[in-house]
Design a protein around this ligand. Structure first.
Ligand code: ZN
Length: 431
């Protein structure tokens, strides 16, 4: 069994379901593993149970730093739904099975083995090679224990010019050419609430009340018809240029993409505009009381660079006047990194070397990862990339946060090879 498979199995066997997390157990396991290869590590925790691990090979000086970023917590798993024990780390049919295999203990293990193996080989980069295994990525709301806390409390240990994190790596064949997607930007998760006002009354006499729930229904229907005003950002433009050989007029983008590959159209569509999806509703607590107030929670995703103020104007304009107020919730993400950088060159060279004829393409992802914290704080060029050539990307998307999550051993080895390649490439750069 290879080193990365063995380490991943041990990480999966270490239950770090968040909440409560208990990521210190994973951090200690990694510290012991890295210590055996002579890698310096430190644990930083807001509480003893929720430590973040930061390891580094110090640079000679005069070069940019590379941060291999990851998180050790996972979402929960219901063993009843699984065909294996979700915390077994079983190796079966060429895959390592268990909660976190894809999201993202596989990349944690590969990053740890990359830095450990380089340390054993006497690797001396110009700038520091840093590995961070952070707590608390999956919950993200409320009190912070993971990367945002680390960035505030210990910025010196985590700051880097370049970073590789989770987010993409899918391989899709379009018109005979394999493309590997590397995420360079993320939409902003920016939920809002519509507070709709009416007048409460007794359920037996609806005529004398003004039912806020009924009024909200009209607004919800309007939201479902929210018009898409598409625009092509730099990531979509680069993707279309690479895949279609041209950037078609905006209103033809989705259709043209669909003609080439339906998967690409599905991927591109939410990246052309902000999206709104009403997901929760709160009205009366009692069956016989007509609600005077109804709250509709809307999952809203903005394009990178788009502001809440711009989005609010569009929403209010579409909904029109009414007895309601719009209130924004806390926003996350919505950042991008440049498409041209030495790290991009490393991704691209790796893809072309590992599979002749294949190409790397940028993508803005609809979800968000921890990358935005370091982009915002340090201006880090952060990409999401862990290449995957064995597992079908649609299967992978279905398995993340779901039953029978597993990662192909071949993909783990490929990811490890990429991370070593990125580290040695960036490690050669001098200012
Ligand atoms: Zn994740």
């Amino acid at each position: 069994m290879s080193e990365v498979v063995e380490l991943l199995r041990r990480l999966i066997q270490t239950d770090t379901v968040n909440p409560p997390g208990n990521e210190t157990r994973a951090a200690e396991l990694l510290r012991e593993y890295l210590g055996d290869s002579g890698v310096r590590c430190e644990l930083y925790g807001k509480t003893p149970e929720r430590a973040n691990l930061v390891a580094r090979i110090p640079g000679r000086g005069g070069g940019p730093r590379l941060l291999l970023l990851s998180h050790t917590d996972t979402v929960l798993a219901d063993p009843e739904e699984w065909s294996v024990d979700p915390w077994s780390g079983e190796v079966k049919d060429g895959h390592v099975w268990g909660r976190g295999a894809l999201d993202m203990k596989g990349q944690v293990a590969a990053s740890a083995v990359a830095i450990a193996s380089l340390a054993r080989e006497g690797f001396e980069p110009a700038g520091d090679l840093i590995f961070a295994a952070c707590a608390d990525e999956e919950v993200g709301e409320g009190e912070q224990f993971g990367l945002p806390w680390l960035v505030d409390e210990h910025p010196d240990v985590i700051e880097a010019e370049y970073s590789v994190n989770e987010g993409a790596g899918d391989r899709i064949v379009i018109g005979g050419t394999p493309y590997y997607f590397c995420s360079t930007a993320e939409k902003m998760s920016s939920p809002f609430t519509l507070r709709v006002r009416g007048r409460s009354g007794h359920g037996s006499m609806p005529g004398i009340a003004d039912n806020a729930l009924v009024k909200a229904a009209k607004l919800i229907e309007r939201l479902a018809e929210f018009p898409v005003e598409p625009e092509v950002g730099p990531e979509v433009e680069a993707l279309l240029q690479e895949v279609l050989g041209q950037v078609p007029p905006i209103d033809e983008v989705v259709e043209l993409a669909r003609a080439v590959a339906p998967g690409v159209a599905e991927m591109v569509e939410p990246l052309l505009s902000m999206t709104v999806a009403p997901t929760m509703i709160k009205a009366s607590d009692k069956r016989n009381v007509i609600p005077g107030v109804c709250e509709v929670t809307v999952d809203c995703r903005l394009l990178p660079g788009q502001t809440q103020q711009e989005a609010e104007e569009l929403v209010l304009d579409h909904l029109g006047e009414g007895d309601y107020e719009l209130e924004w919730g806390r926003a996350y993400g919505g950042t991008r990194s440049p498409l041209q950088s030495p790290l991009w060159n490393a991704v691209s060279a790796f893809v072309e070397r590992s599979e002749p004829g294949a190409r790397a393409v940028p993508i803005c992802v609809a979800g968000f990862t921890d990358s935005h914290w370091i982009r915002e704080r340090f201006g880090t060029v952060a990409y999401g990339f862990f290449p995957m050539r064995s597992m079908d990307p649609e299967l992978a998307a279905r398995l993340i946060h779901s039953a029978d999550e597993r990662v192909a051993v071949d993909d783990l080895e490929l990811g490890l090879e990429f991370l070593r390649h990125a580290a040695t490439t960036i490690g050669q750069l001098v200012d």
